[in-house]
Ligand binder design. Structure first.
Ligand SMILES: NC(=O)c1ccc[n+]([C@@H]2O[C@H](COP(=O)([O-])OP(=O)(O)OC[C@H]3O[C@@H](n4cnc5c(N)ncnc54)[C@H](O)[C@@H]3O)[C@@H](O)[C@H]2O)c1
Ligand SMILES: O=C(O)C[C@H](O)C(=O)O
Length: 354
């Protein structure tokens, strides 16, 4: 009896292995069903696509099921990055553009432009130390955006975000294309860090955590609101202070660990992809898309401020207020305002002087 069973099992195995493979065997990272039809075509341009952030961000945007056209621009090396990414069997059509003379073509028709172009920090530097190089890069890219895709949403990653976003806003104002709903400083990495660190300390599953992060994107201007964390873990004040400091210094932690080889690239690419996905979902009319971002704001007396925003068909649909703050957070808010104000003013001044 035993032998018979083994024999028939062997026969079944033989039958299975000689049959043709199922046509449903998937070579997609995302399931085929996820590539649903019925959404509008969306073109996404990445400026600085060959860089440390640009390359993994290009990969993640190629996997995004809502992207139909992916335009990869840099001053060097984009043909190779584009050829590489284009072999992935997801729907987005990838084109590489290199050099200023191809920037217009890269941008034309874009619904969303993501900007990780510019130099990163080395140990001992502040984000503001990048201003002298990155301000000019961002300004010239924004002049081109105003010309070639004035209606696109713009996700600014290049540092110092607290100044590069005001530079972009001034460029768009001068060009007559400014729409305060369409310009975003990407602060998603601060939120991702706050969630990760909080989950570790509170010993709760990281996937369930939500923590708003407000203010800006540099040092003490990054203010995580752990009093509003959900689910609430009732951590002692010392832990909250340590978590706040670690979130504020998260970028520096990576810069020091990389020891001169740049700043966060992989976690930033993930954060950039999360935020871009939220923007595209908003454009496509998906309801209730809320993320933190550094936007034009009247939530405080500062003209730009990061807080939770609702994303819709034209970009920002609603900027949410800060909600109830703990005494520690109220103090943090007052402490960050002078630095954030100075960084905003520096960006505005640069855009109007140069
Ligand atoms: N917002 C955030 O949370 C966050 C997080 C991490 C890094 N950053 C910032 O992102 C920027 C990029 O960081 P990285 O690690 O990718 O740097 P990187 O040096 O690895 O890459 C930058 C890329 O920009 C390109 N570039 C330079 N000038 C350009 C121009 N005029 N047009 C198009 N591309 C141009 C370079 O050729 C390079 O490929 C830095 O300013 C960094 O501080 C921001
Ligand atoms: O810290 C940096 O210089 C890069 C980025 O702003 C980050 O927060 O990781």
């Amino acid at each position: 009896m035993k032998i018979t069973m083994l024999k028939s099992a062997g026969a079944a195995l033989k039958k299975a292995t000689t049959a043709s493979p199922s046509p449903c065997v998937s070579t997609h990272l995302l399931s085929r069903a996820y590539y649903s039809t019925g959404y509008p075509e969306r073109k996404v341009a990445i400026l600085g696509a060959a860089g440390g952030i640009g390359q993994p961000l290009s990969l993640l945007m190629k996997l995004n099921p809502f992207v139909s056209s992916l335009s990869l621009y840099d001053i060097a090396n984009t043909p190779g990055v584009a050829a590489d990414v284009s072999h992935i069997n997801s729907p987005a059509q990838v084109t590489g553009y290199v050099g200023e003379e191809q920037l217009g073509k890269a941008l034309e028709g874009s619904d969303l432009v993501i900007i990780p172009a510019g130099v990163p920090r080395k140990p001992g530097m502040t984000r503001d130390d990048l201003f002298n190089i990155n301000a000019g890069i961002v300004k010239s890219l924004c002049v081109a955006i105003a010309k070639y895709c004035p209606n696109a949403l713009v996700n600014m990653i290049s540092n110092p975000v607290n100044s590069t976003v005001p530079i972009a806003a001034e460029v768009f104002k001068k060009a007559g294309t400014r729409d305060e709903r369409k310009l975003f400083g990407v602060t998603t990495l601060d939120v991702i860090r706050a969630k990760t660190f909080y989950a570790g300390k509170a010993k709760v599953p990281v996937a369930d955590i939500d923590v708003p992060v407000i203010g800006g994107h540099a040092g003490i201007t990054i203010l995580p609101l752990f009093s509003q964390a959900a689910p609430k873990a009732n951590l002692p004040d010392d832990d909250i202070m340590a978590l706040t400091k670690r979130t504020q210094d998260g970028g520096t932690e990576v810069v020091e660990a990389k020891a001169g080889k740049g700043s966060a690239t992989l976690s930033m690419a993930y954060a950039g992809a999360v935020f871009a996905d939220a923007c595209i979902k908003g454009l496509n009319g998906v309801p209730a898309i809320v993320e933190c971002s550094f936007v034009e704001s009247s939530v405080t007396e500062l003209p730009f401020f990061a807080s939770q925003v609702k994303l819709g068909k034209d970009g920002v649909e609603q900027v949410f207020g800060l909600g109830p703050l703990s005494e520690f957070e109220k103090q943090g808010l007052e402490n960050l305002k002078p630095e954030l104000k100075a960084s905003i003013q520096k960006g505005i001044k640069f855009a109007n002087q140069n």
